[in-house]
Design a protein around this ligand. Structure first.
Ligand code: TMP
Length: 194
């Protein structure tokens, strides 16, 4: 996901950012929300507010200034991650996730979301967050729920969220992502000109 989003940003001449993160403050939120330093489990609602807090900072301070200058942003994760992870993995449900995130997103929605759907074993073997990620300790059952969450998100937002097979080499996945982007751009330009 990080590899592909960086490749895509480069091809599009876009600014790359990630959630949670992107500046000093949202990086700090990231350390709190997905750090492994706590002995006790973080409540799901607290967790969602923290992701939403990081998101409010990244969207306003990193993403919006680029969009205001008609630039393009490629983001590694978004509010749709919250729908899958907190909504389904943690069981809050999509409506509560949307409610908590409404003010944080404040209309700064992506134009297109790509879900790289990758076999669990492959996904977990690919990378580890150097600073630790508490979710990497979760069991298969949790990731099964997250995957079902993404499927539901695709079903609910079919024009916005697209599934791409994330299995295979970097080059193969890169081609799949690019053909989706090319198709979307063609489709949107045509729709606008009709
Ligand atoms: P990443 O660096 O692999 O993207 O890790 C981000 C982690 O944070 C990943 O385990 C998913 C989790 N996460 C959420 O649970 N909710 C969110 O809204 C976001 C942005 C990330």
């Amino acid at each position: 996901k990080t590899t592909q989003s960086n490749i895509l940003a480069e091809k599009l001449g876009a600014v790359w950012t990630k959630e949670p993160g992107g500046d000093e403050i949202s990086d700090e939120v990231r350390r709190v929300v997905q750090g492994m330093k706590f002995e006790i489990e973080m409540d799901a609602v607290c967790e969602q507010y923290l992701y939403a807090a990081g998101r409010a900072q990244t969207l306003r301070r990193v993403v919006k200034p680029v969009l205001d200058k008609a630039g393009i942003v490629v983001a590694d994760r978004s509010v749709f991650t919250s729908m899958a992870y907190q909504g389904f993995g943690r069981g809050l449900g999509i409506e509560r996730v949307l409610k908590i995130n409404e003010e944080a997103v404040d209309g700064i929605w992506p134009d297109l979301v790509i879900w790289l759907d990758t076999d669990l074993e492959t996904a977990l073997a690919r990378t580890r967050d150097q600073s630790g990620d508490k979710f990497e300790r979760m069991d298969k059952n949790f990731f099964g729920k997250v995957r079902r969450g993404y499927m539901e998100v695709v079903r609910r937002f079919p024009k916005l969220v697209k599934r791409v097979d994330g299995n295979g080499s970097v080059k193969v996945v890169e081609k799949r992502v690019w053909s989706l982007i090319a198709g979307e751009i063609r489709g949107r330009v045509l729709t606008r000109s009709i």
